[in-house]
Design a protein around this ligand. Structure first.
Ligand SMILES: [Zn+2]
Length: 343
């Protein structure tokens, strides 16, 4: 459990993504859905210019560590993790790495992986779409316990990670991975050359200054280098239906939830163009079930706090969510974008 004192909090007067001061209040009394016993409740507002959402009262940056004390990236999964890893690695070997395979094997692998192709692509950060021949080395920003780096290393791609969380860094180093607490720019200056790919999975929403992140990525990438990003989508079906229990809010660690428009503003200001915008249909399954779980977990607390919450409403909302998710092009749960540095 963690608790914030009032002197550890700050008011936010402008959108962290587009700097607009125009906003409207949207979600109140948002709990930390990963922790039932932390007393703080938070509020998200909607930026009227870029439609991103952001915390309007947030922990000061030097105190945010309190909300990460038992974060899930500190743990390395058990048997489920190893089974998942086995299949993802097979996918990398069959589809991501350039190698000669027989037609029979190609057809077999294609039929085997096809039903979950977008899940495998998302888990391998769309290396297949970028193409391994374009990747000499990779920096994973916000690498946590190093799950992705371990996969990339198994695929024989040079890789380095960085994270601000010292516990997660220790877990990654225990796996023999090269991981640093330095910023991307410092890593590049020590290494002596820029990266051809930077990946950041669910990182941007945790940052106090997304502009600096894009600028750092620009400086740390080679000319025509790639930046792969995945973030929760502020215009998702999940947020409009599950509201404060949507898995993508995760207050107070998610400082802002970007919109596509907001990401484009950041990218254009920092000399990036869009290379691809893959659709990740499978994100609806994870986000839907996690949001329903949060609804159930906080149901009693919500009733005690006077929320007029009914069980049948949660069921109807869940049915509507999965129905709308059948059309994945609209209001996806995640925004996944591959940017390319213009020059
Ligand atoms: Zn904005």
């Amino acid at each position: 459990m963690y608790k914030y004192e009032s002197n550890e909090l700050e008011l936010v007067f402008k959108c962290p993504i587009c700097s607009s001061v125009n906003y409207e209040p949207e979600h109140f009394n948002v709990p930390d859905i990963l922790s039932t016993n932390s007393p703080g409740l938070w509020s998200y507002v909607k930026c009227l210019d870029c439609e991103s959402r952001y915390l309007n009262i947030r922990p000061r940056e030097q105190y945010i560590y309190k909300a990460y004390q038992s974060y899930y990236t500190h743990y390395i999964g058990g048997i489920k993790h190893f089974i998942k890893r086995f299949f993802i690695l097979s996918y990398i070997k069959s589809f991501v790495l350039p190698r000669k395979v027989s037609y029979f094997n190609k057809i077999f692998h294609f039929l085997f992986f096809l039903p979950m192709l977008d899940w495998f692509d998302s888990k391998t950060r769309h290396l297949r779409i970028i193409g391994c021949n374009q990747i000499e080395d990779l920096l994973d920003v916000g690498c946590g316990n190093g799950d992705f780096l371990e996969l990339v290393r198994s695929a024989n791609i040079d890789c380095v990670g960085c994270d601000f969380d010292s516990v997660a860094i220790k877990r990654a180093r225990d796996r023999g991975l090269i991981v640093s607490q330095d910023s991307p720019i410092n890593i590049v200056s020590k290494k002596g050359s820029n990266f051809s790919l930077i990946t950041a999975s669910h990182v941007l929403e945790h940052l106090y200054d997304p502009h600096s992140f894009f600028l750092e990525c620009n400086i740390s990438l080679k000319s025509k280098g790639f930046l792969w990003l995945q973030v929760p989508n502020s215009q998702s079906n999940g947020l409009s239906l599950f509201g404060k229990y949507w898995r993508g809010l995760e207050a107070p660690r998610h400082i802002s939830i970007p919109s596509l428009k907001g990401l484009m503003i950041l990218a254009q200001a920092n000399n990036f163009e869009v290379y691809a915008t893959p659709i990740v249909k499978s994100s609806a399954i994870y986000m839907g079930f996690s949001s329903i779980k949060a609804h159930i977990k906080f149901f009693k607390n919500a009733r005690l706090a006077g929320d007029d919450e009914k069980v049948y409403m949660i069921i109807l909302r869940s049915i509507k969510f999965f129905y709308l998710s059948l059309n994945p092009k609209k209001h996806q749960e995640f925004i996944t974008i591959i940017f390319r540095k213009i020059s």
